[in-house]
Structure formats: C-alpha cells, structure tokens
Design a protein around this ligand. Structure first.
Ligand code: GLC
Length: 754
C-alpha cells in the first residue's frame, strides 16, 4: 500500500509540476473562493499542497539547509503547485541577514548577488527600531525583485547562553529587545509585499543535537522569556508565517505540539497565519497537521503518505486538514507569485549597500575609550593593523543565515577608503599568511561543498618582539582585530569564549611595546557573540565591537574609528567576566567540540540519557542573562545595554503619570558633550514583590535623533498595565502585582503605586 501511494503521488507530483493549468476548468483559485477550492480538492491534492516539493537526495536524516534549484535557484524551498485549480508554487528563501539564493546560474551571464546586511545581533545592538525596519524594507525588496515570496526570517530565539552557535542570527538575551527588533524587521520586510517566517518557535537555544534534543523549561520561563519575543512580534507585526523549531519541548516536538501551536499561538495570541516546519523538522506529517503545523518543508514523500494514511484511518481530522489547506491557500493568494508580480531581477544593490553600511555603524558598540583614544582625528597618523581577521573580515555567520554577497570590505580596505595610512609591511605579512592558509584550507576542502557548514577563519600567529618594536616606532597607533565565528549546526566550545594563546600574546606584546613608545592600542571585536574581555581590557586603550556587520563591515568600522559616525550601539547581551557567570552555564553543551555533524546526534530512544545533549534543563528559569547575574549580585565585564559615545548624555526630567490602565513615562535626554550623537533611552521596571522578580527588567526603549551639542529631546513611553504583568504558575495566566513600581532610565528613577 505504502509503496503504491508513494509511486502514484510521485507521478502525480511530477505531472502537476510540469503540466499547465487546465484552462477550461471553471474553478481557479482567487482571494474570494478559498473555501470552494478547499472543498474541490482531493485528498491527494491536499497532501501535496501541505508538503513541499522536497530536496532531491535529502531524506531529512542529515545536516541540511534549504536549497533547491526549482524556480529560483538556491532558494530554500518550494511548495507544490496544483495547476488544475490554479494554485501556483511559492518560493521560500533564507535568511535574516539578507536573501540567500545562488549568485550565478548555468548558461546565464547575469549575476544574482544579494546584499549582506548586518547580522541579527548587530541590528539589535543598534536599539533603533526605525533603522531595523529600514533594513527589513531593503531585504524585502531583494526578496521581491529576485522572485521569492517568503523570507525565512527573523531568527528570534533568546540568546540564553553566549555559546549557542546561532546567536549571531538572533537578537538578544532579553525578550523585549528581541521581540521589538523582530517586529520592526517584519514590518519592514512585509511592507514590500512579501512574507516573513519568524523562527524558530520555540526554545531552540542550542545547536547541539537540535533535531532530537528536548528543551525543558518552566511555564513562567516560556511565557516571560522564550515565547515573549514571538508574542510581541506576532501581535505587533503579524508575520505571514511562523516556523516551528526542530527541538522537543517537554517531550513533544515543537512542530507537533498542539499546546504550543493551537492553544498558545492561535488560541491565546489570535495568530491567523501559517505555521511551517523547519527543514525536515518533526517526524510525522499527520501529527504536524493535527497540531496546527500547516506546511511541511522542504517536504518528502513519507510525510505525504503519513497524512493520507492517517486521514484514511480517521487519525487526522477533516477539520485539521482543511484548516491547514485553507491557511496555506490564504498565504498563497497574498504572494507576489500568485499575483503575477513581474520581478526585475535587478534590485538597487548600490543603495542597499549604503543602507547596510549605515546600519552596521549603528550596531557598533564602543566598550572602552580611554583619554579619547577614539576617534582617530588625524588621517596623517600611520596605523599598524594587527590581527589576521583585519585582513579576512567576517561579514556574516555560518549556515542558512549566510548571504551570497558580491564582496566584503575588510578592515584594511575600509581604513584605506577612509584615508588612513596603514603599515604596508605589516599588511603584507598578514595578507601572505591569509593567502597561504586559504590555499591550504581550499586544498583540504576541495570537492567537499561544505561552505554552508563551515567558514574559513585563518589563525592568528606570533610576531616577534623586535618586529613589533619596529612597528611601534614607525606607527602612531596599533589596531588589533580579534574574530569569532559560529553558526548553524554547532555550538561554540567554551574555549571560544576566552582568548586563544596567540591572541593573548599579541595583545600583551603590542600593548607593552606601543605603550612603551607612548603609542595607543585599539581592539576591534569582529565577533558572532559575547566573549571574555575582563582579563585583557586594561592592557588596551579602546575596544570597539562591530559584530558581523555585513558586506560593508570594514567601511563601517572605519566610519566610526575616523569619527565620521559617532558610535551609538549598546550591548544586546551581557559580556560576562567568566563563562561560568552565565546563569545556567552548566545546563548547556559548553564542552562539546563544535562539529556540524554533531547537530544530528542519535535519535535518542529515551531523551533522558545525556544531559545537555538529549535534553537540556533551563535551570535558571526566568533569570536569563542580566536578570540572573544581577539577582546573584554579580558584576558583568560589560553589562547588558552598555555602550559609550564620543559625546556624553544626561538623562533629565524623568516623570511618570498614571492613566486608567496604563502609565505614561516621559524622559528628556540632553547631549551634554560636544560631539553630535544618538542616545538610547532604555526603560527598565522594578516590580513589587522583588523576591519573585529580577531586580529590573527592560520594558521598552527608544533612540533619540542625532542631537547636536546642548540639544535635548523628550521621549514618551506609553505602557499598558498588561506589560507589567508576570506569569502566575498556579493561575496559569498573567497577573499584575499591586504595589510600588520603579521605572528607571539611565541613572534616573521614579516610583509610583499601581
Ligand atoms: C535550516 C534552519 C532554518 C532555515 C531552513 C531553510 O536548517 O534551521 O533557519 O530557514 O533550514 O534553510
């Protein structure tokens, strides 16, 4: 029976894929006859619609990112067409930092490069909702103009632990910053008439064994931390789709979890859009549909067979099946493909590169700037650029979140473009090493086609003391770039959190020698996530964090180093003094060697076998990141929300006023320095009954315009009481404590009884 169904479906699927619509058939899909179409569809057609066209050669038991050559080469996945009813295929493509499609096509002289924008964590570090929305618009434009329909973004999982491989794609340890950044991004993309897929819903906070591991958290932690970013973004921006996550949640696959997808997502939050699996997520097509996961991507015959067989046995209800078919058709009729949009294949990449550069600047965080080391005012200064990453700059991360961009501006090029004089002897030394290491890497990886699983990151090397002495004499300033890379399929090993031996030596030697010659040292962190800084920051004069800033990354860093742009980024996560200060540090696979294949561990027979591999207990509960660190009375190396400017700001005039069911908070921010700049007003709240809450929690934020010296700006926050509520485990609902609330912006606090 099973073989026969597969055979007939495959033939049907291929036939439908190739034949044109039955022109004389009166019934063709339109925005107003979806119910009629649902009723006219056969069971086979329904199963085809709900399961994607598949990825040839992939069965779902191996490491995968979506890639098909159907319709738009390089897009992540395609749905099946049902030509008889005028239902077209739609195209789903990655990813959060920009559209990912193949940049070249066979027998086609045109190229299809996309813009690599700053990655998620860099966008979040801008704390600028308008800027994030603008980035979303530019990405959405490329999605539309290259013929795709749904962008598989934003990635919105909480950075529960600094070593999660996909933190670069995500936004923050904080649910409010994550949710509001995601909402702005979604609004921007969808303004272009294409859809998004907020992902990965939910509790997908590690890559190790991601397809089989069980995330175990309290209901309060789910509600207040892990679901919260999705709730904020879904209610505020209405993403066309949601992508369920690979992992189990308390023993049930997220993509087969009616509590998550029906009760919470649709029942409580009122979500009307479509839910799709992650690629090969889950293991049963009927359970996917019955649980409210409408679309199964990239699709495989076995999932179709499971749907048909379960329906015939009465294990999959008509109601669930038709609800998913209806939501899929409701999605399709919104898409550019269905509406015959004539895409140009010619988005304005030049304009988008400028947007990418501007946005990368706003995500740059200045952690240290002793004696105004920065900005580098005089262009005549000779600069010694150390650190191999300066010459092989990381624009993005690993996996489906990477972009096939036409170029990346490294730091050397960016500094030259800004008119700086870089030490050519030192540059050549590093460039020769990059060349040598690249050749070796390419030879080792010849024919492996594993670029999506790993990125070449050259190793730093020792430079002898006499040479450094020479550089200190012939240059006015030293810049050292350190790199950290990570991505999908593997988490970072704990060793990645700390300096490597060669990095320690480089910082020690360069600092000692340059300081001895009264020259200063700047460190640039071209990194995918938080790392250790406390042990070495006193040795250097300034520290800048540009993250993975997209294809214009080197220009953006030069814009800030030169003072063309005043840095205004703030940390979206805590920089801990030590890895083990991380709340829940031991409840994470921090000691497993990163390996793309480890993502696909063994499908554990029972998921109680290996801790942090088969299951992970979210032991810190709601006390994630700064919420936990401050509760424990520990200090960060650099706290959540921290970031310096070339000017200073004063928080003035913070006041709160109660309205019926909300409070209005007004704050005035003044540029008290002499350099134009932007400041972020981060509104924190301290709730009554402190024993059950973090000491403070982010409630909202706004960024000022660029204020000139002496200029002030008033910002207003409109906070409904339901945003002050917390999850009550007994009541299984949100409640608001009565008592005294403290609101804080910067060093100013106001209290009010509510
Ligand atoms: C992946 C990722 C998901 C991506 C999808 C398609 O494995 O988890 O983020 O959108 O496959 O490439």
């Amino acid at each position: 029976m099973k073989k026969a169904i597969i055979a007939s479906l495959s033939v049907a699927c291929l036939a439908m894929g190739s034949c044109s619509g039955n022109k004389d058939n009166a019934l063709q899909l339109n925005k107003n006859n979806i119910d009629e179409i649902v009723n006219a569809m056969t069971l086979e057609e329904k199963s085809l619609l709900l399961v994607g066209i598949g990825m040839p050669g992939m069965s779902g038991t191996e490491t995968v990112v979506g890639e098909t050559d159907m319709i738009i080469p390089g897009a992540a996945g395609v749905t099946n067409a049902i030509p008889r009813l005028g239902i077209p295929s739609i195209v789903l493509a990655d990813g959060p930092a920009g559209l990912r499609i193949k940049p070249t096509r066979e027998n086609d002289s045109k190229t299809y490069y996309c813009t690599a924008f700053p990655v998620g964590v860099c966008l979040a570090a801008s704390w600028n909702k308008q800027l994030v929305e603008q980035t979303g618009e530019a990405i959405g434009n490329e999605v539309r103009e290259y013929g795709c329909d749904i962008l598989l973004a934003p990635g919105t999982n909480i950075q529960r632990n600094p070593l999660c491989g996909r933190n670069y794609e995500y936004y923050s340890e904080d649910p409010i910053l994550s949710g509001m950044t995601a909402a702005a991004y979604i609004k921007g993309v969808q303004k272009m008439g294409v859809g998004t897929s907020i992902k990965h819903f939910a509790l997908n906070n590690q890559e190790t064994n991601r397809s089989y591991m069980d995330s175990r958290a309290s209901e309060r932690a789910k509600r207040e931390i892990y679901y919260k970013p999705f709730e904020i973004a879904i209610k505020e921006a209405k993403p066309w789709t949601v992508m369920s996550s690979y992992n189990y949640i308390d023993g049930v696959y997220a993509s087969q979890n009616p509590t998550l997808l029906q009760d919470v997502l649709r029942g409580e939050w009122g979500y009307k859009g479509l839910v799709m699996t992650d690629w090969f997520g889950g293991d049963n097509g009927a359970a996917n549909i019955q649980s409210g996961n409408d679309l199964i991507m990239p699709g495989s015959d076995d999932r179709r067979v499971q749907i048909i067989e379960a329906y015939k046995k009465g294990e999959l209800s008509d109601e669930a099946l038709n609800a998913s078919v209806k939501r899929t058709l409701e999605l399709i009729v919104k898409c550019p493909t269905f509406n015959g949009y004539q895409y140009s294949n010619n988005p304005d990449l030049k304009a988008h590169a400028q947007i990418s550069r501007n946005n990368a600047c706003e995500g740059i965080v200045l952690l240290k700037n002793n004696d105004n080391t920065l900005p580098i005012t005089s262009k005549s200064k000779n600069i010694a650029l150390f650190g191999i990453t300066s010459y092989c700059y990381n624009s993005g991360g690993i996996g489906s979140g990477d972009v096939n961009e036409a170029y990346t501006v490294d730091l050397l090029e960016g500094m030259k473009n800004a008119g700086f004089n870089l030490d050519t002897k030192l540059a050549k030394k590093y460039q020769d090493s990059v060349k040598e290491q690249t050749e070796k890497y390419d030879k080792e990886h010849a024919g492996k086609n594993d670029a999506i699983f790993a990125k070449f990151t050259p190793k730093d090397f020792a430079i002898n003391g006499n040479e450094i002495e020479g550089y200190a004499l012939s240059n006015e300033l030293a810049i050292i770039t350190l790199g950290r890379m990570s991505g999908e399929f593997a988490d970072r090993h704990i060793s990645e959190f700390y300096l490597k031996e060669e990095e320690k030596n480089l910082i020690n030697q360069v600092s000692e020698t340059f300081h001895k010659n009264n020259k200063k040292v700047v460190v640039v962190l071209n990194i995918c996530g938080a790392m250790e800084t406390a042990s070495w920051r006193d040795k250097v004069d300034a520290i800048l964090v540009p993250w993975l800033g997209g294809q214009e990354g080197g220009n953006a860093v030069a814009d800030v180093l030169s003072g063309k742009v005043n840095p205004s980024g703030k940390l979206p996560m805590t920089f801990y003094k030590d890895y083990f200060d991380t709340p829940g540090a031991k409840n994470f696979p921090y000691d497993k060697i990163a390996d793309a294949k480890s993502m696909f561990g063994d499908k554990a027979v029972n998921r109680d076998s290996i801790e942090n591999y088969d299951y992970t207990i979210y032991s810190e509960d709601i006390f994630v990141g700064y919420r936990g660190l401050e509760k424990e009375g520990k200090e960060a190396a650099y706290p959540f929300g921290y970031g310096l400017s070339y000017t200073t700001f004063q928080i003035e005039d913070l006041k709160v006023e109660r309205k019926k069911t909300k409070v209005i908070i007004k704050v005035t921010i003044k540029n008290s320095g002499d350099f134009p700049g932007k400041e972020v007003a981060q509104l924190f709240v301290t709730s009554p009954h402190a024993e059950k809450h973090p000491l403070r929690e982010l409630l909202d934020y706004q960024k000022t315009d660029k204020l000139i010296a002496g200029q002030s700006q008033e910002l207003t926050f409109d906070i409904d009481f339901d945003r002050l509520s917390c999850w009550d485990e007994e009541l299984h609902s949100s409640t608001m404590d009565i008592g005294e609330y403290t609101f804080q912006v910067g060093d100013k606090k106001v209290k009010i009884k509510l």
